[in-house]
Design a protein around this ligand. Sequence first.
Ligand code: CU
Length: 153
Amino acid sequence: MNRRTAAAIAACLVAAASMTLAGCSSGAVPDGPDIKISGAFMPQPVGDMASGFLTVTNSGGEGDKLTSVTSEIADEVTIHETKGQKMQHVTAFDVPANGELNLERGASHMMFMGLKRQLKAGDNVSVELHFEKSGQVEVELPVKEATYNPKHH
Ligand code: CU
């Protein structure tokens, strides 16, 4: 082992010991958001509007935001929160660091307007979620019966 290698290893050990975000070996990317989607579904729609639900889990050390949703199935997809009995259009949902965003019945949801075809339970709808930092994440929403309502926890 030459002096340079020894010095590099020593520096690496110091960095590891001080728990810096930059790794010594691999890509050395900062610890950003780490997004996973689960429990996605769409209740079978009535008419040409539908809602959609899912959970976004962020196991990264940095928060993110769900800024928009798009899908070829609908003319327009918006994101809504429910305040009391009223739905309200929001521009973004926070996905906290080491936390989750729940879109669930009676609360925040996606809203699909101007459906381009009739959807029935058993169908699948592809949706693109757009995150401020994580970029575009594709997800399949299975269409469930109109009353379907899973419990997350
Ligand atoms: Cu709505």
